[in-house]
Design a protein around this ligand. Structure first.
Ligand code: MN
Length: 289
């Protein structure tokens, strides 16, 4: 099981100095993996990132949220086509960096929708994800679809909703990506939602209810990690936290990061690394009970 951190814990810019800064400090905090957001794939140098990753012996995944211009759940085929081409660029970046996972809100735009999803929109999204998944498989990459709260997508907002969506797909390299921050808003409880995802769970974000220090909000992490143990989850577990101390023009505004919840990225990250590893260590013993 690889324990990782989202790059935005450390940097909001993804030029060479930003990428180096994030990778070196993720490693220093004790993590095995860094998740790099690919909000601007046209201007990301994945060969440069691959070198720095190798120098630091760190694994990598990548994520993004689509926009209204690249929304796979649109009923306008030209918007869906733009989204697929954006995702294909991201697949190439992941392959160049030596990663095997692309995750996030890649099945719809990451935005507040003004209306419920339509069957036509969900069908368009599923058909497009099947096509992207085939291209991903050619590169040895898996897709994981992040379940987000109602203010960030309308296609599905719960683990069960995501499983129902996955049932529409023909691909076998697409999984559910759960995030404790979003689950805390939408799910009845953390433990049950992990069991709802079951063996379809392929990626995990660990975030607190206000996206700050783990253990300082209302997320039931004990229930969540017990759930992971019960389903025998062995995939990536990635710490995600945002503060106005580190700003990315695209992502910070989309996620409504208006407040300062921490100042010291290194202290935050080292604490999260210990917090996550301690809980996984504890629930590992459940197998003996
Ligand atoms: Mn997340």
């Amino acid at each position: 099981m690889l324990i990782g951190a989202h790059a935005l814990v450390f940097t909001g810019t993804f030029d060479e100095s930003g990428v180096r800064n994030a990778i070196e400090r993720t490693k220093a905090a004790g993590f095995d993996l860094i998740e790099i957001p690919l909000m601007d794939p046209d201007h990301f140098d994945s060969s440069m990132a691959a070198h720095i990753l190798r120098d630091n012996d760190l694994a990598v995944t990548a994520s993004l949220g689509l926009t209204e211009h690249t929304d796979l759940s649109s009923t306008d085929p030209s918007i869906v086509a733009r989204g697929e081409s954006e995702l294909e660029k991201c697949l190439d970046h992941v392959a160049t960096m030596g990663g095997d996972t692309l995750c996030g809100v890649i099945y719809s735009a990451m935005r507040k929708y003004p209306a419920p999803p339509t069957e036509a929109g969900t069908a368009a999204s599923a058909a497009a994800i099947d096509r992207v998944a085939r291209k991903a498989a050619e590169r040895g990459i898996r897709l994981s679809l992040e379940v987000v709260n109602r203010y960030e997508s309308n296609v599905f907002n719960t683990a069960r909703g995501a499983v129902t969506y996955l049932d529409r797909l023909r691909s076998d390299n697409v999984s559910v990506h759960l995030d404790t921050y979003h689950m805390n808003i939408e799910e009845s409880d953390q433990f049950g939602a992990v069991l709802d995802a079951g063996d379809r769970l392929g990626y995990v974000h660990i975030g607190e209810s206000h996206r700050g220090y783990l253990g300082s909000g209302t997320v039931d992490f004990d229930g969540f990690f017990r759930g992971l143990a019960r389903i025998g989850y062995d995939g990536p577990v990635v710490f995600e936290s945002f503060s106005s101390a580190v700003v990315n023009a695209d992502l910070s505004n989309t996620l409504a990061i208006w407040r300062n919840l921490w100042e010291d990225s290194d202290d935050l990250a080292a604490h999260a690394n210990r917090f996550i590893r301690d809980r996984i260590h504890g629930v590992d013993s459940i197998a003996m009970h």
